[in-house]
Design a protein around this ligand. Structure first.
Ligand code: HEC
Ligand code: HEC
Ligand code: HEC
Ligand code: HEC
Length: 146
């Protein structure tokens, strides 16, 4: 709740959609989707630390295949993309193509990464949370699962 006032203030000061500050934490309040290719850079290590090797379990999961598994006729169907892609209809960074958000990627459960994905922010859980990282709970799952 500490941040609510700042968010309200920042919304007054920062024009929506201004793009210059991506990756600069706490500088903007509009979170945008990046796609898994960004998360991969740090989370696909050959490491015993699940926190840094998480990509490997995800890439073999049903979530990673969610778009591929759609029948050909439904691969562009908005009724399906809502649950079979990531952040469908939500703000994505302008340099991110829709194709990069296929499947149920990290950000579908952990929130849009534009402001938490830098090492400086990520290594500090509180700071990451303040910059849009979600701790996934049941509410996140039932957006797509009933
Ligand atoms: C620049 C490197 C880097 C990038 C890029 C990155 N992360 Fe991280 N992430 C980290 C580090 C470092 C940690 C902390 C690891 C630890 O505590 O052992 C972390 C922790 C996390 C955690 C655990 C948070 C917690 O404390 O419960 C989640 C979830 C996460 N990252 C998701 C993502 C997602 C999703 C993306 C892509 C949008 C992403 N990360 C991109 C480096 C990165
Ligand atoms: C953006 C939508 C979305 C979200 C959010 C989501 N899921 Fe899914 N989930 C799917 C879709 C779509 C599939 C089916 C993918 C496929 O098989 O092609 C799936 C598949 C699964 C499966 C595999 C089921 C099987 O039959 O193999 C499990 C388990 C699962 N999800 C659990 C979860 C949990 C737990 C959460 C919350 C932490 C969650 N999901 C969040 C959309 C979502
Ligand atoms: C409200 C969210 C939601 C919507 C909308 C949705 N799906 Fe799914 N879909 C899921 C979830 C969740 C699963 C995984 C179910 C499970 O295994 O329990 C799934 C599973 C599937 C699977 C099975 C994948 C496999 O091979 O196991 C197919 C195929 C599929 N959906 C096609 C579609 C199509 C086609 C549409 C649009 C007409 C659609 N879905 C719309 C959430 C959704
Ligand atoms: C279907 C939802 C879902 C998807 C997709 C997903 N995660 Fe998670 N992730 C979770 C849940 C649930 C937890 C456990 C949260 C907790 O313990 O509070 C978690 C935990 C984590 C953790 C912390 C692990 C630990 O041991 O503390 C990291 C790091 C992480 N995820 C990174 C990722 C990355 C990177 C991706 C994509 C490659 C990803 N996740 C995809 C739901 C998801």
């Amino acid at each position: 709740m500490r941040c609510a006032g700042w968010v309200a203030l920042a919304l007054l000061l920062v024009p929506a959609g201004s793009g210059a500050d991506y990756g600069r934490p706490e500088s903007q309040t509009v979170y945008r989707y990046l796609g898994v290719k960004w998360c991969v850079t740090c989370h696909s290590r050959a490491s015993d630390n699940p926190r840094l090797s998480m990509y490997h379990s995800w890439e073999d999961s049903a979530h990673a295949r969610a778009w591929d598994d759609l029948p050909d006729g439904d691969k562009d169907n908005p009724l399906c993309l809502r649950c079979h892609t990531t952040g469908y209809g939500m703000a994505r960074r302008p340099d991110v193509a829709d194709a990069e958000l296929r499947g149920v990627q990290c950000e579908a459960c952990h929130g849009p990464g534009s402001h938490y994905f830098t090492w400086r922010v990520m290594k500090d859980r509180d700071r990451a949370t303040a910059n849009g990282l979600w701790r996934p709970n049941r509410e996140v799952c039932v957006k797509c699962h009933r």
